[in-house]
Design a protein around this ligand. Structure first.
Ligand SMILES: *Cc1c(COP(=O)(O)O)cnc(C)c1O
Length: 368
């Protein structure tokens, strides 16, 4: 445990590698693994995570935005990187940093082809995204003839992959919808293949799609949350290890008398005498305001200490009336999947949001 960091996120690379191998053991030997490391590797630390996974020889990385890809390239990451959500203004930088764009619309395709033509580049790898029900990004099934003709108009681009994204792969009540998506995606693949003289990689499944639908693995799977220890289902999460653990300390302890209040706007007023502890982590660090008034909690010496009053920007105050503790003692915000999932449920959100909310102000301590 570092002595100099009061509030920190510990990032366990051994847990990451365990999760990678666990998920890989569910794949056929020739199915490729794409690691999704967008949003600072779901709030963990993109460079350290990317380096550890590069050692394991993952086939691909994906990030959401251009700058995330440039950040990885500047750190020396050489594995192919798919940029899931590029903008027209990004195409030149994509080429300069060998970042492979998701081509999801005719606008972005045209901009990209024009840019490559000007630079006199041929066969730059691109990834065609199809909308099969999420209605978020991607070409539609009906766009295929026009798309094929645009692609045939020059040889600037080479289709590295054709992919889509599942809507509700974690929800087995939506099995029928998911199976419909898989069928539509399969039809799209065969129509594209008819018009293209070479083969391309096919990928559809995120973490829960991979674990729940082996028939959706195709050539590659795109794993995000599972790498960090969460799989949208207790059964799978139990097999994974938690990568990120968030800790803080007690800065100061206040005895609070009956009738006194704690924090902004007097959101907590003591019904009885009690004890409050101030913790150096707040909403600017990624503790949501929804944790206010007892909905969220931290753990001190193994006991739950609920948040008193409102979450502040840089601090929370918690109830330690029944906990023997002193200033300087360690505070666990979360260090297990169960705790983070419980906090997410109690405060009306999902683990994805809590993980990615941890701001850059919180030091990351890499555990190898
Ligand atoms: C974020 C993302 C993923 C990863 O999803 P997880 O549920 O975290 O595994 C996969 N594919 C796309 C297109 C994404 O945007």
């Amino acid at each position: 445990m570092p002595q100099n960091a009061s509030t920190f996120l510990s990032v366990d690379l051994n847990a990451l590698v365990h999760n990678y191998h666990f998920i890989k053991s569910y794949l056929k030997p020739n199915t490729n693994f794409l690691a999704v490391i967008k949003a600072f590797a779901y709030g963990h630390e993109a460079i350290a995570i990317a380096k550890a996974l590069e050692k394991e020889k993952v086939a691909y990385f994906a990030v959401a935005y251009l700058q995330e890809g440039i950040h990885l390239r500047k750190a020396g990451i050489s594995t192919p990187i798919l940029v899931l959500h590029p903008q027209q203004s990004d195409v030149q930088d994509c080429v300069a940093h060998q970042l492979e764009p998701n081509i999801y619309s005719f606008n972005i395709l045209e901009t990209f082809q024009n840019c490559l033509k000007k630079l006199n580049i041929q066969e730059f790898p691109i990834h065609l995204k199809f909308n099969t029900g999420l209605n978020r990004l991607g070409f539609s099934h009906n766009d295929i003839p026009e798309l094929l003709s645009k692609l045939a108009s020059d040889n600037t681009c080479k289709i590295a992959s054709v992919f889509s994204h599942l809507v509700a792969s974690e929800d087995l009540d939506e099995k029928e919808f998911t199976q419909k998506q898989i069928r539509l995606y399969t039809n799209i693949l065969s129509e594209i293949q008819k018009g293209i003289p070479y083969t391309f990689t096919k990928h559809l499944a995120n973490t829960s799609g991979t674990l729940n639908y082996p028939e959706a693995h195709f050539d590659m799977v795109r794993i995000g949350i599972g790498l960090y220890g969460y799989a949208n289902d207790k059964k799978w999460t139990a097999q994974l290890k938690n990568v990120g653990k968030l800790y803080a300390v007690i800065s100061q302890i206040f005895p609070i008398q009956k009738g006194e209040s704690v924090g902004y706007n007097r959101a907590f007023v003591a019904k009885n005498d009690c004890v409050s502890a101030t913790i150096p982590i707040g909403h600017a660090d990624g503790i949501p305001r929804t944790w206010s008034k007892g909905k969220g909690y931290v753990t001190i010496h193994g006991k739950k200490a609920p948040v008193l009053g409102n979450v502040c920007m840089d601090m929370i105050m918690v109830d330690v009336t029944n906990i023997a503790c002193k200033e300087g003692d360690q505070v666990r915000i979360y260090d297990s999947q169960q705790t983070l999932e419980d906090l997410a449920t109690k405060t009306g959100t999902i683990t994805y949001e809590l993980l990615t909310a941890i701001s850059q102000r919180v030091p990351r301590i890499i555990v190898e």
